[in-house]
Design a protein around this ligand. Structure first.
Ligand code: NAD
Length: 337
């Protein structure tokens, strides 16, 4: 009798374990960009290849398809994303699709559609299917009236780019969905993200990536920002880790739904000096364009004390480490090592 009830108990326990998956099933939208590709790679290592669905509207490379599940999904078509969410029993939605700052200014109506309507669709789906949802924001969500050094989590936000306006909209709407409907919305304001193996998507901080490619190719770089323009930046691995940390944080740890995350802050002149430690003959010149106005309205240094205190955010890579990682990767890729 005792033995029979023990067997029954074990059977129920096993079934319950199957019902409560150990790893979340995750859908990434806009996943073929600078952030999505390395994020999917890391999430697959952590939670299993079968649990991560990467989606975008572009034709993926063979290498990307071999890494795991890839699906076409246009965030403007809510039904397409809905079908993916349902069919794959998605728990976490990571919504990356967006037009970035410089590209957005060139196509304001598309930026409004993609960044604002696309976000509406994803929040509605998160509400309907009770998904945890992550939407990145940016230093571009601040404007010329915000304190610039340092810029705290809560301060005046009057951005002057459509990118910034759409990101403030995403922050506010996500927080509204959290307070009104209990949607588990999580958001980080990223600085310029620097990576070696994925291309930047048309932001104001792209110079900090292009400069390395040109340093190797021609030994010089013409920068579109003034030499003393200070902006917050972050190495890609720290960015990916911050997404994982905030997604794994318990609701008790999160005292707010939108956090600044910072790592580095430098000017083109300072970056040039750090590059010259590796390439002493490297030269920089300046031809300033419209992006200077955007950069001048953004924070110089982000205050991320709350992220550090509430869920232990700690970046790992400093400026010298970043320069070394960039050259190591690019020299290996170009067979220079
Ligand atoms: N890269 C940075 O420095 C940075 C900094 C702060 C915030 N962010 C935010 O992180 C997110 C990802 O940035 P990223 O640098 O990877 O951008 P990216 O431009 O490299 O990638 C965006 C992806 O969205 C896809 N996309 C475009 N229209 C789409 C649609 N209709 N449906 C689905 N996908 C579509 C594009 O094909 C592209 O692959 C964005 O929301 C961005 O605002 C990035």
């Amino acid at each position: 009798m005792l033995c029979k009830s023990l067997v029954r108990h074990c059977f129920i326990a096993i079934n319950q374990r199957q019902l409560h998956r150990t790893h979340p099933r995750i859908l990434i939208t806009g996943g073929c960009g600078q952030l999505g590709i390395p994020l999917a790679k890391r999430l697959r290592e952590l939670y299993g290849v079968e649990n991560i669905v990467l989606s975008d509207i572009v034709r993926p490379s063979d290498a990307l398809v071999q890494q795991g599940i890839y699906r076409y999904a246009d965030v403007m078509d809510i039904k397409q994303v809905q079908e993916l969410l349902v069919n794959n029993q998605i728990d976490w939605l990571i919504h990356l699709s967006a037009l970035l700052s410089a590209v957005g200014e060139k196509n304001v109506s598309l930026a409004m559609k993609l960044n604002i309507e696309g976000t509406h669709h994803m929040l509605e789906l998160a509400r309907k299917y009770k998904c945890r949802i992550f939407i990145p924001s940016t230093i571009g969500a601040f404007g010329p009236d915000s304190p610039r050094n340092p810029t705290p989590d809560l301060c005046i936000q009057r951005p002057r780019t459509i990118y910034g306006v759409s990101k403030v909209h995403a922050e506010l709407l996500g927080e509204y969905f959290f307070y009104r409907f209990g949607v588990d919305f999580r958001c980080l304001r990223f600085p310029g993200i620097i990576s070696a193996d994925t291309k930047p998507g048309g932001g104001t901080t792209d110079y900090a990536i292009e400069i390395f490619h040109e340093a190797l190719k021609s030994g010089s770089y013409k920068c579109y920002l003034r030499g003393d323009t200070r902006l917050p930046m972050m190495w890609i691995d720290d960015c990916i880790q911050s997404i994982i940390n905030i997604m794994e944080a318990s609701n008790d740890q999160l005292k707010q739904r939108t956090y600044n995350v910072a790592a580095l802050s430098f000017t083109p002149e300072e970056l040039t000096k750090a590059i010259q430690k590796y390439k002493p003959n490297f030269k920089i010149s300046y031809q300033v364009d419209d992006r200077q106005n955007i950069a001048e309205s953004w924070p110089q240094v982000l205050d991320d004390r709350n992220a550090r205190e509430h869920w232990n955010w700690t970046p790992k890579v400093d400026l010298d480490g970043l320069v070394q990682k960039m050259f190591d990767y690019l020299e290996r890729e170009n067979n220079l090592k």
